[in-house]
Design a protein around this ligand. Structure first.
Ligand code: ASP
Ligand code: MG
Length: 423
């Protein structure tokens, strides 16, 4: 059994959906069982995010965003299904009606809850369209609602998976279904025990693919991407990037943990636990096999660079210049967790504790307010965090051109630097 994951970029238009059908017919052999996990099409999630924000603030833009989302999908539908009476038109419009119902009333619930109820529609629509198209192409497919399988707690926008319940549910029905059909389901979404929809965090569809794979002991997960595989740096920041043909689970976990966005960071661990390989390859260049992540002792053939922009350095100092001790740490970490800010890098000295986090205005303002009750808090914005895996002096110098180092941490394998542009 194999799992294929298709992200938003791979199904951003009708041509992308046709290509998915093409990949399935090309790569699936008769015996092989296949589950397809799909994301929302193109930039739909961003649009639905804007829609949710606008609705929450009761902004006039709300309906504009909604129209954009509907029109975008309508155009794709019309290109793929010339018969306007095809049931898919109705299925899609029924899903959008769920958003209509929410918008009819003023927001009563928390932002995070509303976000999940609205944004999840992107994946539901996308999977419906793709599944209907596969059937039209004579592929014997079946649509499944991932919310019946992926069970989470009530942490909206960042649902924590209840692995036991999820595995039990998947094992009780998927094996017999996948024997007969190509199963098509949604990435990114799950549901609580009260049947409210949750999401697993942005870009979480990779993680969904890994959850299904781990529960079913699949032989391989393939993430089809718009890049040739895992590269040693994001081409957005670096000209001369190199493809890494083979990667150990550990290197893959480290790279994604530090912010390599090619795979969602939660994806690797469940696969490593079950010894399932993960392929990352291009949906454009089908001859290229891309990167394979598996159990191997080989280290990266080249240094890898991960850039995180828009960092803020927060320095926390006891008001009386006393030492920072264990009690302070435990309190400080609690405050970060409570405000849902993830620490990307940290460093402590006798009288201060400094961390770098992604700049997220809303959460940082409330965090600083709370910390200031007990500490002096300073912060510095517009920084970049660079992580070099398998670094050397030359690679460090390469990223420091016109930059100065604000904070640096280094061990044998990894060098992390918080840097600022020299004006
Ligand atoms: N559609 C979601 C997002 O854009 C999930 C995903 O693409 O993996 O974040
Ligand atoms: Mg995406």
């Amino acid at each position: 059994m194999q799992i294929y994951k298709f992200g938003g970029a791979s199904v951003k238009d009708a041509e992308g959906v046709r290509n998915v059908a093409h990949i399935i017919t090309q790569h699936k052999d008769k015996e092989q069982q296949l589950i397809i996990v799909v994301s929302a099409m193109g930039k739909t999630t961003n649009l639905l995010e804007n829609l949710t924000k606008a609705y929450y603030n009761q902004d006039e833009q709300t309906h504009l965003y909604f129209e954009q989302v509907k029109e975008f999908h309508q155009n794709i539908l019309e290109e793929l299904f010339e018969d306007r009476t095809d049931a898919i038109y109705n299925d899609v419009s029924n899903l959008f009606v769920e958003i209509d119902w929410i918008l009819e009333e003023a927001p009563q619930d928390t932002y995070d809850y509303l976000y999940d109820q609205i944004v999840s529609i992107g994946e539901l629509v996308s999977s419906r369209i793709i599944e209907a198209f596969l059937r039209k192409q004579q592929i014997d497919s079946l649509w499944l609602d991932a919310r019946n399988y992926i069970h989470t707690d009530n942490t909206f926008r960042e649902g924590n998976v209840d692995w036991e319940k999820t595995e039990r549910g998947i094992l009780s029905s998927i094996p017999s279904l996948v024997e007969k059909h190509v199963l098509v389901t949604q990435g990114f979404i799950g549901s609580t025990s009260e049947n409210f929809t949750t999401t697993l965090g942005r870009e979480g569809s990779d993680y969904t693919a890994a959850i299904f794979a781990a529960c079913l002991n699949a032989s391989l997960v393939t993430i089809w991407k718009d890049v040739p595989g895992v590269l040693n740096a994001d081409p957005k920041w670096f000209d001369a990037t190199e493809l890494i043909p083979e990667l150990s689970y550990l290197d893959a976990i480290e790279l994604t943990y530090y912010g390599a966005t090619v795979i969602h960071p939660k994806t690797i661990k469940p696969l490593q636990n079950k010894g399932i390989a993960l392929a990352v390859r291009s949906f454009v260049d089908l001859k290229n096999t891309g990167t394979i992540i598996k159990s191997t002792n080989s280290t990266l053939p080249v240094s890898s660079f991960i850039f995180k922009v828009n960092q803020v350095l927060i320095s926390i100092l006891p008001k009386d210049f006393s030492f920072i001790v264990e009690d302070n740490f435990s309190h400080i970490f609690d405050v970060f967790a409570k405000h849902r800010l993830k620490i990307n890098m940290m460093h402590n000295s006798a009288v201060s504790f400094s961390v770098s986090v992604d700049y997220d205005e809303q959460h940082i303002v409330s965090l600083v307010k709370e910390l200031r009750k007990q500490y002096d808090v300073e912060f510095k914005r517009d920084l970049e965090l660079v992580t070099i895996r398998y670094h050397n002096q030359q690679t460090i110098e390469r990223v420091l051109v016109n930059k100065k180092v604000i904070m640096q941490l280094q061990d044998n394998y990894t060098c992390q630097m918080l840097i600022q542009s020299i004006a």
